[in-house]
Design a protein around this ligand. Structure first.
Ligand code: DX5
Ligand code: ZN
Length: 214
């Protein structure tokens, strides 16, 4: 079963609880939370207080994507705020093993993200110890960008030997969804295609339906 993870980056933050309720009712599998520090990426979004607040409004797992430098500094705060899964970037300046072990210790699913240009060889040594590889389909930092087809071979290659979950993030929409699924993805993040569509519930249902027909 393919999972759909709407990214609240494209939601209306003034009515976040309603936006989340709408996609939850429509069958979304996870809520994707994009955390940006203006340093690892050239944009600032939201942080742990927002995770803590939305934790109270939904039963769906919170899929937190840290696009920040030194994620180790904030890992415990995001765990305490109620994250179910935390993904950090292999390109960030951090102690990767400490991060993996800390997430494990607290029972949080471990994800490692790769920018579009980062090869699988960057994570080969640690693949056995992680649950999720998040493959970026765009340069991280902004929603609504065009999917880079150049990442498709990376997804297929990873699928050959990685037994965990492959999550694809950035540029997933009705047009690109099947390419990504056929390459081997399990979980699809969709921001603009859901919250930018005018009817987020309908968009989730459509993506779920398309996912069964690829
Ligand atoms: C990009 C974020 C994505 C983004 C996806 O830096 O990590 O999660 O919100 O948005 P869309 O689906 O609009 O490309
Ligand atoms: Zn993301």
């Amino acid at each position: 079963m393919i999972k759909i993870a709407p990214s609240i980056l494209s939601a209306d933050f003034s009515r976040l609880a309603d936006e989340i309720a709408e996609v939850e009712k429509a069958g979304a599998d996870l809520i994707h939370v994009d955390v940006m520090d203006g340093c690892f990426v050239p944009n600032i979004s939201i942080g742990q207080p927002v995770v803590r607040s939305i934790r109270k409004t939904t039963k769906l797992p919170l899929d937190v994507h840290l696009m920040i430098e030194k994620p180790d500094r904030y890992l415990k705060e995001f765990i305490d705020a109620g994250s179910d899964r935390i993904t950090f970037h292999i390109e960030a300046d951090t102690d990767v093993n400490w991060c993996i072990n800390t997430l494990r210790e607290f029972g949080v699913s471990v994800g490692i993200a790769l920018r579009p240009e980062t090869p699988i060889s960057a994570i080969r040594q640690i693949l056995d110890g992680i649950d999720i590889v998040l493959v970026m389909g765009v340069e991280p930092g902004f929603g609504g960008q065009r999917f880079m087809e150049s990442v498709l071979p990376k997804i297929s290659e990873l699928r050959k030997f990685f037994k965990g979950e492959i999550e694809v993030d950035g540029g997933v929409n009705r047009e690109t969804i099947c390419q990504v699924i056929n390459a081997g993805a399990d979980t699809l993040v969709a921001g603009n295609a859901v919250f930018g569509s005018g009817d987020s519930g309908k968009a989730v249902k459509e993506l779920k339906k398309l996912a069964t027909k690829c």
